[in-house]
Design a protein around this ligand. Structure first.
Ligand code: FAD
Length: 473
C-alpha cells in the first residue's frame, strides 16, 4: 500500500504512511478503504449524484469500538473528520475531499422495547429500518417522508414528517444518545446528564461529536391509518391553495396535509391524459381512528374539483414509503427552502408562476404542514429554533443530466428569491443545499449557545463537514 494524502485541521495535506495504515487496518473490525481500493468509488457514493468528493480514507465502522479507533487515529495525525449516517444529506455534508470519513452506514440495528415503547437506533439505520421494527408493535417515531433517509442526520437537524403535528419533532422524542467526542471519549447525554450536549445535538447537526446510538420514545400509531393523495388540475391550484389554507387553520393535530406541485405520476385513479403533466397533489394522513380520519380527510376533495384521489386506509409503514419511487438514489439534486407562518396570496401567486415553468420532469414544489406539537416547545428548549412556523417549503429541483445543472439551479434560485418576501428568514438545516450556508437562518437565536457548546466539545473544529458552527464567535 502506498502513502495517502489527508487534510489536517490546519488545512495542510500530509502523507499518511503505509505502516500507520496497516496498523489501523489491524485495529478496525469493519473496513478501511483508500482511493487505491476497488470499492472506493462505491463507498464514497451518496444519495445526491451531484456530489463527487474524494475522502482520503473511508473507515466503515462495525461498531462503537471502530468509531473510537478511527477518532483516535484522526487525533494522532491531526486529521479532519467527516461523518456519514445513511448518506442522504442534500448538501452531501458527509463527504469532503481529503478528510477521514467515519462511515456509519453499515450500522443499521434497531432494537424496540415494546413494553417501555422505546427504540435504540444505530447511526446508519434508515427510516425504513426503524418503521419495520417499530410498526411490528404498532409503534412509531415522527420522522421524514422518504424511507431511505438516515435516522442519524435527520435527528441531529431536528426531524419532522407525517406525525410531527401530533408528536412533535423527532428530537422531541429523543431520550438519550451515546456520543464519541473528537478525543475518543464516550459520553451519554440526556436531559439530566451532560444536558448542554444533549441540548446541542437536538438541532445543531453533527457539530459536537459522533453519535453512535440514539434512544427514542415511541408512540402508538396505526398500524393502519386513513391517508393518501388528492389530485387537482393546476388550473384550480390558486383556489385550492386558498381553501387549503383555511382547512389548515382549524385542523386538529392528528391531521397533516402536505402539498406538492409536480408532474403527475401514473396514478391509476387519475385519467392518463394528466399523467406527466404538472398537477397539484394534496397528501394527507390522519394519525387516529380510521373512521374519524375518513371524515376529516374527505373534506380535501371539497377544496376544488379533484381529478382523482387515492384516499384509503393504508398501512402506515407503506405510507411512509409513498414518495420513495420519486426520490431514489443518484440523480442530480439542488434544493431551496423557506419557512412560513402563513400562506399569503402573494406566495401562492409566486408558487404558481414558477410551477408553470418547472425545469425538469422530476422537480417538486413541496409545502410541508408543520405546527401543532412542534410549536408547543420553547425556541431555546432545544437547538432547533423554528418553533413558530406552520409551513416549510422545500423545492426539490431534481434532474439527470449535468448539462441541465445551470438551468435547474437558476430556476430554483430565482424562485427562492421571489418567494423570500413571504418567508420568516429561518431555514431547516437539513434542507440547505451546498454553498448556501445560511448559518443565522438555520440556528437563529440559539447560535451563541451552540458556539459555546462547540468550543467545549470540539474546540479545534475537527468536525466541520456540516453547517459549521465555529467554536470562536
Ligand atoms: C429525499 C429526501 C427527503 C427528505 N425528507 C425529510 C423529511 O421529510 N423530514 C426531515 O426532517 N428531513 C428530511 N430530509 C433531510 C434529511 O433529514 C437530511 O438529509 C439528513 O441529513 C439525512 O440524514 P443521513 O444520516 O442520511 O445523512 P448523512 O448525509 O449521512 O449525514 C448528514 C450529516 O449529518 C451528520 N451526521 C450524520 N450521522 C451522524 C452521526 N451519527 N454523528 C454525528 N453526525 C452525524 C454529519 O454532519 C453529516 O455530514 C430528506 C432528505 C432527502 C434527501
Amino acid at each position: 500500500m502506498s502513502a495517502i494524502k489527508a487534510k489536517t485541521i490546519e488545512g495542510q495535506l500530509v502523507n499518511i504512511d503505509p505502516s500507520s495504515l496497516d496498523l489501523l487496518k489491524t485495529n478496525i473490525h469493519g473496513k478501511v478503504i483508500t482511493p487505491q481500493d476497488d470499492e472506493y468509488n462505491e463507498a464514497r457514493a451518496i444519495w445526491n449524484g451531484m456530489i463527487d468528493r474524494h475522502p482520503a480514507l473511508i473507515i466503515q465502522c462495525s461498531g462503537t469500538a471502530d468509531v473510537i479507533t478511527a477518532v483516535r487515529f484522526a487525533k494522532e495525525h491531526h486529521l479532519l473528520i467527516s461523518v456519514r449516517g445513511a448518506g442522504h444529506n442534500i448538501a452531501g455534508r458527509s463527504l469532503e475531499d481529503h478528510v477521514l470519513l467515519i462511515d456509519l452506514s453499515k450500522l443499521r440495528y434497531v432494537f424496540v422495547d415494546p413494553e417501555e415503547a422505546t427504540a435504540t437506533v444505530s447511526p446508519g439505520a434508515t427510516l425504513a429500518d426503524l418503521d419495520h421494527e417499530a410498526q411490528m408493535y404498532g409503534l412509531a417515531l415522527p420522522v421524514g417522508i422518504n424511507s431511505t433517509t438516515g435516522v442519524a442526520g435527520l435527528t441531529l437537524g431536528g426531524g419532522f414528517g407525517w406525525l410531527s403535528r401530533k408528536y412533535g419533532m423527532t428530537i422531541d422524542s429523543l431520550i438519550s444518545a451515546e456520543v464519541i467526542t473528537v478525543d475518543g471519549d464516550r459520553i451519554i447525554c440526556s436531559e439530566n446528564k451532560n444536558s448542554e450536549l444533549f441540548w446541542a445535538i437536538r438541532g445543531g447537526g453533527g457539530n459536537f461529536g459522533i453519535v453512535t446510538s440514539f434512544k427514542f420514545r415511541l408512540h402508538k400509531v396505526g398500524p393502519t391509518l386513513f391517508s393518501g393523495p388528492v389530485v387537482f388540475d393546476l388550473k384550480e391550484a390558486k383556489n385550492v391553495y386558498q381553501r387549503y389554507r383555511e382547512f389548515c387553520k382549524d385542523a386538529p393535530d392528528e391531521v397533516t396535509v402536505w402539498t406538492v406541485i409536480r408532474h403527475c405520476p401514473p396514478f391509476p385513479f387519475v385519467d392518463s391524459a394528466y399523467h406527466n403533466k404538472p398537477v397539484l397533489i394534496l397528501v394527507g394522513i390522519y394519525s387516529g381512528p380510521i373512521e374519524q380520519g375518513k371524515k376529516i380527510l374527505s373534506r380535501l376533495k371539497e377544496l376544488g374539483k379533484p381529478i382523482g384521489d387515492g384516499l384509503a386506509p393504508y398501512p402506515f409503514k407503506a405510507f411512509q414509503q409513498l414518495f420513495d419511487p420519486f426520490l431514489g438514489h443518484g440523480a442530480r439534486n439542488y434544493w431551496k427552502t423557506h419557512n412560513f407562518k402563513n400562506l399569503d396570496d402573494g406566495l401562492i401567486d409566486t408558487l404558481l408562476e414558477y410551477a408553470a415553468k418547472l425545469p425538469s420532469l422530476y422537480t417538486e414544489l413541496f409545502l410541508a404542514q408543520v405546527g401543532g406539537e412542534t410549536n408547543r416547545i420553547a425556541k431555546d428548549a432545544t437547538a432547533y429554533p423554528h418553533r413558530d412556523i406552520n409551513f416549510v417549503m422545500n423545492v426539490h429541483t431534481r434532474w439527470e443530466e449535468k448539462n441541465d445543472d445551470k438551468s435547474c439551479i437558476t430556476w430554483a434560485r430565482d424562485f427562492f428569491e421571489a418567494s423570500k418576501p413571504f418567508a420568516t428568514g429561518g431555514a431547516y438545516v437539513n434542507f440547505i443545499s451546498e454553498g448556501d450556508d445560511n448559518l443565522e437562518g438555520a440556528y437563529s437565536e440559539n447560535i451563541e449557545k451552540l458556539a459555546a457548546v462547540k468550543a467545549k466539545y470540539d474546540p479545534k473544529n475537527v468536525l466541520r463537514s456540516n453547517l459549521n458552527i465555529s467554536p470562536k464567535r
